[in-house]
Design a protein around this ligand. Structure first.
Ligand SMILES: [Zn+2]
Ligand SMILES: [Zn+2]
Length: 199
C-alpha cells in the first residue's frame, strides 16, 4: 500500500497557495506519504521539472494533475498531461468527454463546499471519484457523499487540498501496490472504484 494525496497545490502555479512546490514535496515526505499529485488551478506541472523532482526525491513520487472549475464545481483531472486542459471556460460535459477520450481519472473535488447542491449533471456524466474527506469538504455532507458514491459507483477519496505545507499529511489514500510511472499509477487509481476506501 502506498499513501498518496491526490490534491496538492503549490505557490508557483496557484495564486491561492502559499508554499512552493519543492517545500510541498519535502513536507509530504516528512509526513510519511509515498506520493502526491499536484493539482493546481488550470495549470499542469512542467514535465521536465516534474521528472527532475522525481529523480531528486525518489522513491517518493510526484504526479501531474490539474484542478478545473466547470458548472460551479471543482474537478481534478489526473493522468492527462495535456496543455489543452489549461483553459478556464470548460463546461462540465465537455470536460468529461475530453478526459474520457484520454483515459484520465476524473474527481469531483470537495462537493458541497460552496452550496448544498451539486449543479453539474453527475448522473449523466459520472466522474470516477468524489472527495468524501478534505480540508474543504463539509463533514455534515459525508452521508450524502457516500450515498452518491454508492449510487454512481465512485471511489471515495481522502485528499488534503493543501495550499500550505502545514495542511499535508492528515489526508491520503491507500493505493494498492508499489508506486510507479504515471500510466501504471492512473491504472491503479481506477482500481479504487471497485474497492471504495474513504476512511
Ligand atoms: Zn486554490
Ligand atoms: Zn484544490
Amino acid at each position: 500500500m502506498a499513501k498518496v494525496d491526490l490534491h496538492v497545490h503549490c505557490s508557483e502555479r496557484s495564486g491561492c497557495a502559499v508554499t512552493p512546490e519543492e517545500e510541498q514535496v519535502k513536507a509530504a515526505v516528512a509526513a510519511g506519504l509515498d506520493g502526491i499529485v499536484f493539482t493546481d488551478h488550470y495549470k499542469l506541472p512542467d514535465p521536465q521539472r516534474l521528472a527532475a523532482l522525481n529523480r531528486k526525491y525518489a522513491p517518493f513520487k510526484i504526479y501531474a494533475g490539474i484542478e478545473i472549475t466547470a458548472d460551479d464545481e471543482d474537478w481534478l483531472v489526473i493522468g492527462v498531461p495535456d496543455p489543452g486542459l489549461e483553459r478556464m471556460d470548460w463546461k462540465y460535459p465537455e470536460l468529461y468527454a475530453y478526459v474520457r477520450a484520454r483515459g484520465g481519472f476524473l474527481v469531483l473535488a470537495h462537493p458541497f463546499r460552496y452550496r448544498p447542491k451539486i449543479r453539474a449533471d453527475i448522473d449523466r456524466f459520472p466522474p470516477d471519484a468524489i472527495e468524501v474527506h478534505s480540508h474543504n469538504t463539509p463533514p455534515a455532507f459525508e452521508a450524502e457523499i457516500r450515498a452518491i458514491a454508492a449510487r454512481l459507483g465512485l471511489a471515495l477519496l481522502t485528499n488534503s487540498d493543501a495550499h500550505a505545507a502545514k495542511s499535508l499529511g492528515v489526508y491520503f489514500n491507500e493505493i494498492p501496490g508499489v508506486l510507479d510511472g504515471e500510466a501504471g499509477f492512473v491504472e491503479r487509481l481506477f482500481l479504487l472504484k471497485d474497492r471504495p476506501y474513504g476512511k
